[in-house]
Design a binder for this molecule. Sequence first.
Ligand code: SF4
Ligand SMILES: [Zn+2]
Length: 505
Amino acid sequence: MAGGGELRAALGRHPARGTYLSKDFLIAAYREMVAAGELREDPALAERLRMKPVRTLSGVATVSVLTRPYPCPGTCIFCPDDSRMPKSYIADEPGALRASQNAFDPFRQVASRLSSLESVGHPTGKVELLILGGTWNAYPKDYREEFVRRCLDALSGEESATLPEAQQKNEHAARRNVGLVVETRPDHIRPEELLHLRKLGVTKLQVGVQSLDDRILALNCRGHTVADTRNAFRLMRAAGFKIQAHWMPNLLGATPESDREDFARLFDDPDLRPDELKIYPTILVENSKLHAYFQRGEYRPYPYEALLELIAAIKPVIPPYCRVNRLARDIPVRHVVAGNKRSNLREDAQRLMATRGARCRCIRCREVRGLHVARGDLRREDLAYGAGGGEERFLSFVTAENRLAGYLRLWLPGAQSSVLPWPDLERAAIVRDVHVYGQTLPLGGNQEGAAQHLGLGTELLANAERIAREAGFPRLAVISAIGTRDYYRNRGFEDGELYLVKRLN
Ligand code: SF4
Ligand SMILES: [Zn+2]
């Protein structure tokens, strides 16, 4: 590490020599020295100095913000109830603390998260905003619009009078929004709601599936049915959103066997088949209605071994087009009345699977992450599967070791698909996601070998166009975040009302 030696030598001239140096100090020193010409710019060194490089290795910095405390239409018995928090969050969970310290103000939450990411050396040019808390659509419409406006303003670093103005400013800002995610319930997904989400610039929906058994849904007072979930998925897909499902084993009334069957339905049913997944084993907390069932002896959390066996059995079922984003909620252990208190369920499950020769093929387990890749080492893959009455195509680039360098999700609606009467989507195939890996780079930065710079995105789009054209679609629509519109314009897409659209003939 040539730069490391230089940094050491340069620090030797620094007054703080001999004391313990924190990473943020080192990064600040590195930047100062580069600016002063004392040190050569060295991306490899900068990467090593970053505190937790994995946070931005997927190419994008994630910023989570919580909405203010507000009643949720749900009455789910497992859901924590903390009047200081939006429904389902606990005051001292990571992220929740920062939200309350900033009085749930979206601008302050985003600004404080950005400054902590930047202080430890993470580039923040591309930001995915994750809006968490209760059920998004249940909040007043004005509040939702104001919330998104202020998040975007915090990214752009200036105040706007209206949401469209904030969106326009962010399109070319130094810190751009490249993904906007909200959480909701299946029975709140209706065409008019999806239209509003698109106007806000939302690109991904986290939706609480929890179970695919009407009996279990009813026992846990979810307030919706499996039919609602299937209908929600069809509509979300028809609108091109990326779909992240939350699924919960160990609900009231479930057994490890019923959970295995339930999980298989997520991918067997062509109306479901989510793009991403959070597996949240039910956590028994005191301030939930489930606690009373536990006290009456009507509910028991699975012993850890049973939970581990279950996770090790379901992970190999996950198809390669799906990403498991989380396995267990980050609830501080002191709130867990009974049940799993271990935070490394994922690692334990991977180890158990390895002893059985089983592997998880999900996106997360195959991402190239920080690996440097050359275009010549990559091969193209095209995975087709039925979904939402049409066909999904998961186009990807993988290494010889089957590591994923980038992918695109293309949906070809079919005769049985739900149709949204929106002009942008008329007779259009839809690109729902384009993702190419590589450490997030400052805008204008370059890093040899990073998958983002091999032109994979352009190639994936060209393939999607060809497939859509051959399937008889005259148009290709893409769901785009505010900050990625230029990327598509530069590749021949034109602004529609809610999507960018390209004519194919
Ligand atoms: S819908 Fe979600 S936030 Fe609302 S009560 Fe149910 S689990 Fe909690
Ligand atoms: Zn996996």
